[in-house]
Design a protein around this ligand. Structure first.
Ligand SMILES: NC(=O)c1ccc[n+]([C@@H]2O[C@H](COP(=O)([O-])OP(=O)(O)OC[C@H]3O[C@@H](n4cnc5c(N)ncnc54)[C@H](O)[C@@H]3O)[C@@H](O)[C@H]2O)c1
Length: 249
């Protein structure tokens, strides 16, 4: 499969590229420059023409781009970026779109702080946080396209990533012996979920727009990853026990 990756030069890009290399033909793009053995183009996802050009000849698009802090640019990247991806798909007859984002674009604070056994098919409640609301709007745009075009959208939601070997997380996240967020996954398992979504036959999808929670099996049962396991056939390899198993004093 020929796969266009948008925003491929961030934290999740490298494990995804490693996972897909050799199985698929990749065209990697990002707003920044990147040295890579793969076909690479500098593409701003908020620029419709650039996204449409980059998507020519592709079979699928994976959107890993994100911009968190700035009011205008967050909309341009997180919301308009998905609109541009959908227009590019429509223009070139690309049927498979993989969208990514944080869990709170669906399960915002009202859910996370008060509820358990949260599933990805709940009505979205992103709240008003800029990152969450701009990503949620981007997801909504893709949903509307999937209702009117022959386009399949799979949205994969993440929260906290760990290096499976060192059990370290970005930004000095939870350390061994402390609690971890009940929505954590290793980078390599996260990348594998994207591969599972890309390689899933359309016939196995219940609809043209499906959302998945990507986190490993954890004892808290606050979130529910059974849909991801059942539909994508995804199985986490890393359970991160070293983080959530505390030594007995
Ligand atoms: N890293 C996390 O902790 C985390 C947690 C939850 C969800 N996610 C989601 O995972 C996905 C990947 O995130 P990440 O961790 O790789 O983020 P990141 O910030 O490390 O990387 C994002 C990439 O998007 C690129 N980008 C920004 N503006 C762009 C533009 N205008 N055009 C093209 N590219 C642009 C950046 O250059 C960067 O390479 C995102 O959808 C994000 O919301 C990440």
């Amino acid at each position: 499969m020929k796969i266009l990756i948008l925003g491929g030069n961030g934290m999740l890009g490298p494990p995804v590229i490693d996972n897909l290399s050799g199985r698929h033909e990749l065209r990697i793009t990002d707003i920044n420059e990147l040295e890579t053995e793969h076909d690479y183009r500098q593409v701003d996802v908020s620029n419709l023409e650039q996204v449409v050009d980059a998507a020519e000849g592709m079979d699928a698009i994976v959107n890993l781009s994100v911009l968190r802090p700035h009011r205008q640019i967050a909309f341009d990247v997180n919301t308009r970026g998905n609109y541009n991806m959908a227009i590019a798909a429509k223009t070139h007859g690309i049927r498979r779109l993989i969208n990514t984002g944080p869990h709170f674009q669906l399960a915002g604070r009202n859910y996370e702080e008060f509820n358990f056994e949260l599933t990805p098919d709940m009505p979205p409640q992103p709240g008003t946080r800029l990152y969450a609301i701009t990503k949620a709007l981007g997801q909504e745009i893709l949903k509307v396209f999937s209702e009117h075009e022959d386009i399949y959208v799979q949205t994969l939601l993440f929260y906290n990533f760990y290096d499976a070997e060192t059990l370290s997380a970005p930004n000095g996240g939870p350390r061994i012996g402390t609690d971890l967020t009940p929505f954590s996954v290793s980078w390599t398992d996260a990348a594998q979920a994207i591969r599972c979504a890309l390689e899933l036959p359309f016939a196995k999808l219940p609809s043209r727009c499906e959302t998945y929670y990507i986190f490993t099996d954890l004892p808290h049962q606050k979130f529910d990853n059974s849909k991801t396991r059942a539909q994508l056939g995804w199985r986490p390899r890393h359970f991160l026990e070293g983080v959530w198993t505390k030594p007995i004093a």
